[in-house]
Write a protein that binds this ligand. Structure first.
Ligand code: PLP
Length: 476
């Protein structure tokens, strides 16, 4: 039976961490799937393996995975290593608590409730509620579910019998599309509303879209704003959209998966002014707060609604009417088994404090300002005026490239940055233009490193243009 003890696993973990911490490695290995398959045997066998084989695989696993702890990793909306959160994650695994009932997750339940209280305080929901979820995608799904329930309570038991319509900006994350599909409302009924040059939803366009739906006899029910869009980091203005949502009786959700932590900072929280006017807010702890995946929350202004909408079944064997029944968070959730993600967030928040998160945001926001200035003084251009921690920029060559040519150049620059272990960055397209998307999420990066990265980008751009035929813009 069990060949391995917890002590052995711990010893291996120690060795693996020692290697991870002390050995230098590239930010990514640049290995394609066929090469990796040839190099690494991931097959499973009839006979069980020795711990030494597990150790070898653990080392290989970390070796081959992009190094998300590195300051060179600026490809995604998170970067860096969070030691207190890791401790919480490991202890969570030992406890293997599941969050449906207080009985089997007593401390994690109290922690989750404290986190929800703190998150609501930051948002400004005085009597708010919430439940932790697997990520922003699930939070957005729940928000849309709550909205559907408010507009059409009978849908919970009878399904949907009318054409319901939801509105998000053309910059919103694709999870809204998944949500409307999952909820049986249909992706044709998600209206993509135009945004301005900086990626913020246009309230006039929103209202016009709602009126157009009404004139077709459809039922508008949900407005999804974004605080920190995925590509540009834009913050939709809340106040005007809240007025619209009230005028037409629609649910107002804010997807703050990426941008909501700005509320920690007194200097920058104005970006999300009026958040308390929303009905719900999504907040990922596994993005800017840098807690290991997955950790997120859906917050609601109204108490009791999550249970009203998400509960159903389980009282015959699980949700007993005992003295702690009010603490059974499972009835607020669409999951049964749910990992105790609260502990790692709690440990991290306890160790860092609100002040620590605020300092992080202030530091990164200043870095954004400094980097943007560098871009503007160089042969690069900004594709927007960054308000948050996303900077989309690209090279301005002497020869005029077509949009396809400019995109190809961005892709090739990112590839070079990766190959030469300068940075793992990504490109993105927005409003018909493509650029390199720099995400500032790691406090261990500074302006000197970014300046070197920009210089490298320029050197690559010059070389690439000399040696490649990028598609040119038509001469006029
Ligand atoms: C604005 C926004 N919302 C939602 C999501 C989805 O979050 P998750 O990956 O936690 O499901 C993302 C992911 O990048 C995002 O950028």
């Amino acid at each position: 039976m069990a060949k391995h003890s917890v002590q052995q696993s711990l010893m291996v973990l120690n060795d693996v961490i020692e290697c991870y911490d002390t050995q230098s490695r590239p930010v990514t290995q640049n290995i394609n799937a066929a090469q990796l398959k040839a190099k690494l045997d991931v097959s499973l066998c009839e006979e069980g393996a020795d711990i030494s084989e597990l150790k070898e695989m653990a080392l290989n696993y970390l070796q081959q995975n992009p190094d998300v702890s590195s300051a060179k990793f600026n490809k995604l909306l998170y970067s860096g290593l969070n030691a207190p959160a890791l401790l919480g994650d490991w202890v969570t695994s030992i406890s293997n608590a599941t969050m449906h009932t207080y009985q089997v997750s007593p401390v994690a339940t109290l922690m989750e409730l404290e986190l929800i209280h703190q998150w609501n305080k930051l948002v400004g929901f005085d009597r708010g509620e919430g439940v932790m979820v697997s990520g922003g995608s699930q939070a957005n799904l729940i928000a849309m579910l709550l909205a559907r329930h408010k507009a059409c309570p009978q849908a919970k038991s009878q399904g949907i019998r009318e054409t319901m319509v939801a509105y998000v900006s053309d910059q919103a994350h694709y999870s809204s599309l998944k949500a409307i599909n999952v909820l049986g409302i249909g992706s044709d009924n998600l209206i993509s509303v135009a945004s301005d040059e900086q990626g913020r939803i246009l309230p006039e366009a929103l209202e016009a879209a709602i009126k157009a739906s009404l004139s077709l006899g459809h039922k508008p029910f949900y407005i999804g704003l974004t605080a920190g869009t995925t590509v540009l980091g834009a913050f939709d203005g809340v106040a005007q959209c809240a007025e619209i949502s009230q005028r037409y009786g629609l649910w107002l959700h804010i997807d703050g998966a990426w941008g909501a932590p700005v509320l920690f900072s007194n200097t920058h929280k104005h970006l999300l002014d009026d958040a308390q006017l929303a009905d719900s807010v999504a907040w990922d702890a596994h993005k800017l707060m840098n807690v290991p995946l997955t950790a997120a929350v859906i917050l609601t202004r109204e108490q009791g609604l999550l249970k009203e909408v998400c509960s159903g079944g389980g009282s015959d064997y699980l949700f007993h009417a005992d003295q702690n029944a009010n603490y059974n968070l499972g009835e607020r959730s669409i999951q049964c088994g749910r990992r105790a993600d609260a502990l790692k967030v709690w440990m991290s928040w306890k160790a860092i404090g609100n002040k620590g998160f605020s300092d992080k945001i202030d530091y990164l926001q200043q870095l954004k300002v400094d980097f943007s200035a560098l871009v503007e003084q160089s042969n690069f251009e900004l594709l927007h005026q960054p308000s948050y921690l996303n900077v989309l920029f690209r090279y301005r060559p002497q020869i005029a490239l077509s949009e396809a040519g400019a995109k190809a150049l961005c892709i090739d620059i990112c590839e070079k940055l990766k190959q030469q272990n300068i940075a793992y960055s990504d490109y993105a397209s927005c409003k018909g233009k493509s650029g390199i998307r720099l995400i500032l999420a790691n406090v261990n990066i500074n302006i000197a490193q970014l300046s070197e990265m920009l210089a490298a980008c320029e050197a690559f751009a010059v070389q690439l243009i000399e040696s490649h035929e990028y598609d040119r813009a038509d001469e006029v």
